[in-house]
Design a protein around this ligand. Structure first.
Ligand SMILES: [Zn+2]
Length: 475
């Protein structure tokens, strides 16, 4: 029998606020253990939570960007469960009245695109982190109380590839909005997969299994592929799928059962009595809507039309908003778009990670000036690469380096004729061979001339002059 795979994803993204969601503690990732804690996020008796307005603004940005309906009133609830990383014994989350519902995210696949509906987006606090040593286990509460948005999709995804593209798109939106770094390895972007199988053309959903806390895009794809096969085998053998929570073990390449799935009533949700209902005004929503940036796909299309870039090049430039901005700033300073694009995608990205280009020592001013020097013929493309290395080492402007080191390209015909004369007399044998028909000797002769001028001769003019000379004296 053929089966259809039904996948829904729950994504938790940490919001990049300076302080935690209900207290003033810092959120920085690299703090030493239990440095960023206070009575509120440690859940000490008598402490009271105060909602961080910035966290709400960030969550709202995500909800507006994904076309959700913003709820004028939403409620924080206590989700009760016991675990050492949760000092209060409950997590403050949102339950029956979330911040936003019914959104949509469009994903771009190979030759088509697909709209994935969002069920809801709500806010909650993160838990701490258990650290297991040889003999003892420890808990680090720095993460307790860091604001999260939970983004819950409808079960609209049908395979691992769609799931991966959906995750990539969500991450891109979060990063373009500058509200989350979306770093899966550091745990600021985490994903739970709900997956079930049903016979093709059936309209009833099968029993779903949840795979929790997967922390890499590749692992998500691998876990889905594995779980599709496991459930298919199970159904083929006439067994029932158990509703449960499983974990992905990348080392073994398997999912394994963690626990039978809790029902919502196991968490004994009730409204958080220490926080007021969260009210969002229409003005706030429209103010946020007016500040949304141009997102990845729209930017890519614009780059293709405005700068005549290929789909491939444009796609690479818009993968990070900061890189796309860097490209445009360089173009606005006079760099030819195609040249700027080539330089960024080759030389610049060889030196810096995609996300670090914009804050590197190589400013758009440096790159634009360098490219303008090539465009004007002041230096050759080859010399430009040496100048590029020197900018990175010395931080000077390209024109200053060219001036100080006398790297200007030699385009003066009289000056070049002299060098050509010299090389032609020195390489008599080769010249003879060329004239006898071995045309491939030409590039070697050009190479010799370039060498004599320390690469500063204008190769185009050298070619013309040399060709003339060889043909002329042949007759
Ligand atoms: Zn705190």
């Amino acid at each position: 029998m053929n089966y259809e795979t039904i996948i829904g994803l729950e994504v938790h993204a940490q919001l990049r606020t300076q302080s935690k969601i209900f207290c003033r503690c810092a959120t920085e990732f690299h703090a030493s253990e239990n440095q960023n804690v206070c009575p509120v996020c440690m859940g000490l008796p008598g402490s009271l939570p105060v909602l961080n307005e910035k966290a709400v603004a960030f969550a709202l940005k995500m909800a507006v960007a994904t076309h959700c309906q913003i709820q004028p009133t939403s409620i924080f609830s206590r989700k009760n469960y016991f675990y050492p990383d949760l000092p209060k014994g409950y997590q403050i989350s949102q339950y029956d009245k979330p911040l936003a519902t019914a959104g949509v995210v469009e994903i771009v696949l190979e030759n088509t695109s697909k709209k994935i509906r969002l069920h809801r987006i709500h806010m909650e606090e993160d838990a701490g982190k258990n650290v297991h040593g040889e003999r003892y286990s420890y808990v680090n509460y720095n993460r307790a109380g860091i604001p999260l948005v939970e983004i819950v999709s409808e079960p609209d995804l049908r395979n691992a590839q769609e799931a991966a593209e959906y995750l990539r798109t969500l991450r891109s939106i979060l990063r373009y909005l500058d509200i989350s770094d979306g770093n899966m390895e550091e745990g600021s972007f985490r994903c739970d997969v709900n997956i079930s199988l049903r016979p093709e053309r059936s309209d009833r959903f099968g029993t779903k299994v949840e795979i929790k806390n997967i922390n890499s895009f590749r692992f998500v794809e691998n876990a889905i592929l594995y779980e599709m096969e496991r459930q298919r085998m199970c159904l083929e053998e006439g067994k029932r799928i158990v509703q449960e929570t499983r974990l992905w073990d990348e080392h073994e390449g398997k999912t394994f059962s963690m626990r039978q799935k809790e029902e919502a009533h196991d968490y004994r949700y009730f409204p958080e009595p220490d926080l007021m209902p969260l009210e969002i005004s229409a003005e706030w929503v429209s103010q946020i809507r007016s500040t949304l940036p141009e997102f990845e796909q729209v930017k890519k299309q614009r780059f293709m039309t405005q700068y005549q870039l290929t789909n491939y090049d444009a796609k690479l430039l818009v993968q990070e908003k900061s890189l796309a901005d860097y490209f445009e700033q360089t173009v606005h300073r006079g760099g030819d778009p195609k040249l700027v694009c080539n330089w960024i995608l080759s030389e610049v990205l060889r030196e810096f990670e995609v996300s670090k280009v914009a804050c590197s020592s190589l400013t758009p001013g440096h790159l634009a000036e360098l490219i303008c020097l090539i465009q004007k013929g002041t230096i050759s493309g080859k010399i430009a690469k040496d100048v590029f290395e020197k900018i990175l080492k010395q931080g000077k402007m390209p024109s200053q380096i060219v001036r100080e080191e006398g790297l200007e390209q030699i385009s003066d015909a009289a000056q070049l004729e002299k060098v050509i004369e010299f090389v032609v007399s020195e390489q008599g044998d080769l010249v003879k061979q060329y004239r006898e028909g071995q045309k491939n000797k030409f590039s070697f002769l050009v190479g010799q001339i370039m060498k004599k001028t320390q690469g500063k001769a204008n190769p185009k003019i050298v070619s013309e002059l040399l060709k003339n000379k060889l043909e002329r004296e042949d007759t």
